[in-house]
Design a protein around this ligand. Structure first.
Ligand code: SF4
Length: 54
């Protein structure tokens, strides 16, 4: 069974670190960044720890 981290809620089920059983990440910590020069809303931010499942 994977190691659900209840401090990191996540719904990105295509990520290989997503817990398939609940909407949480399984990493101990994640890296969050932005792809914008001046981020103004949540859509401007990214989980840089994301890796595609396959
Ligand atoms: S690495 Fe990021 S995108 Fe992937 S499950 Fe964890 S929080 Fe979600």
């Amino acid at each position: 069974m994977d190691n659900i981290n209840k401090s990191i809620a996540c719904t990105v089920t295509s990520c290989k670190y997503h817990s398939d059983s609940e909407n949480y990440c399984t990493l101990n910590n994640i890296n969050v960044g932005t792809h914008e020069a001046n981020p103004t809303k949540s859509e401007c931010t990214d989980c840089n720890s994301f890796e595609c499942k396959d």
